[in-house]
Design a binder for this molecule. Structure first.
Ligand SMILES: *[C@@H]1O[C@H](CO)[C@@H](O)[C@H](O)[C@H]1NC(C)=O
Ligand SMILES: *[C@@H]1O[C@H](CO)[C@@H](O)[C@H](O)[C@H]1NC(C)=O
Ligand SMILES: *[C@@H]1O[C@H](CO)[C@@H](O)[C@H](O)[C@H]1NC(C)=O
Ligand SMILES: *[C@@H]1O[C@H](CO)[C@@H](O)[C@H](O)[C@H]1NC(C)=O
Ligand SMILES: [Cu+2]
Length: 160
C-alpha cells in the first residue's frame, strides 16, 4: 500500500520534472524484456539489450527477477563495473525494483549474487549524452523542490 503510493507520487513528480526539462513522454522498460533480470544466456545479453535502446531523462527501468535470487546493485565507476565489485548501492534483493532517471548520466548496474555478474548479469545505462550535470541546478518550483527530497539523480520504486 505504502509502496504503491510512493510509486504513484514518484510518477507525478517525474512527470513534473520531465516538463521542467522540456522532456518527452517518459518510457518504462523492463530490463531484459521477457527474460527479466536473471543470469543471462550469454555474458553480453544485458549490455546488448541496453545498447539497443535510447534512454532519456524521465525514463524508468524495472528489474523483474522472475526466478532465483538476485540484486539490483549500482556501482559508481566503470572500473568497479568491469571488476564486478559486489559492494555497491543495493537497490533491492529479490523481486521487482524500478529506477527513474532524472538527469543525464551513466549508471552501472550488476547483480551481486554469486558469480552472476561475471556471467553477464550487469548492464550500463546511459541517459541522454551520458554526461552528468556539473552542478545541481537550483530549482525554485515546488515540484522540483519536492523532487529533490525524493531523488537526486535517480529515484527508486517498488511494484509489489
Ligand atoms: C546473447 O543472447 C541473445 C539472446 O539469445 C542473442 O540475441 C545474442 O545474439 C547473444 N549474443 C552473443 C554475443 O552471443
Ligand atoms: C515480470 O515477470 C513476470 C513473470 O514472467 C511477468 O508475468 C510480469 O508481467 C513481468 N512484469 C513486468 C513489469 O515486466
Ligand atoms: C579492479 O581490479 C584490478 C585488478 O584486479 C585492481 O587492480 C583494481 O584495484 C580493481 N579496482 C576496483 C575499483 O575494484
Ligand atoms: C541530455 O543529453 C541529451 C543528448 O541525448 C542532450 O540533448 C541534452 O541537452 C542533455 N540534457 C542536459 C540537461 O544536459
Ligand atoms: Cu543474480
Amino acid at each position: 500500500m505504502a509502496s504503491r503510493l510512493c510509486f504513484n507520487i514518484g510518477f507525478l513528480i517525474v512527470a513534473s520534472v520531465g516538463l521542467l526539462h522540456g522532456a518527452y513522454a517518459a518510457n518504462t522498460y523492463t530490463v531484459g524484456g521477457g527474460l527479466g533480470w536473471i543470469v543471462p544466456p550469454n555474458s553480453t545479453y544485458y549490455e546488448e539489450w541496453a545498447s539497443q535502446r535510447t534512454f532519456q531523462i524521465g525514463d524508468s527501468i524495472f528489474f523483474n527477477s522472475t526466478t532465483g535470487t538476485h540484486t539490483a546493485t549500482q556501482v559508481s565507476t566503470k572500473e568497479e563495473y568491469d571488476n564486478c565489485t559486489k559492494t555497491g548501492l543495493v537497490l533491492k534483493v529479490g523481486f521487482g525494483v524500478g529506477v527513474t532517471f532524472n538527469e543525464n548520466g551513466t549508471h552501472y548496474f550488476l547483480c551481486s549474487e554469486g558469480t552472476h555478474c561475471e556471467q553477464g548479469q550487469k548492464m550500463i545505462i546511459k541517459i541522454g549524452d551520458g554526461i552528468p550535470p556539473s552542478f545541481a541546478a537550483p530549482s525554485l518550483t515546488a515540484a522540483a523542490a519536492l523532487s529533490a527530497l525524493f531523488f537526486s539523480t535517480l529515484a527508486i520504486f517498488f511494484l509489489n
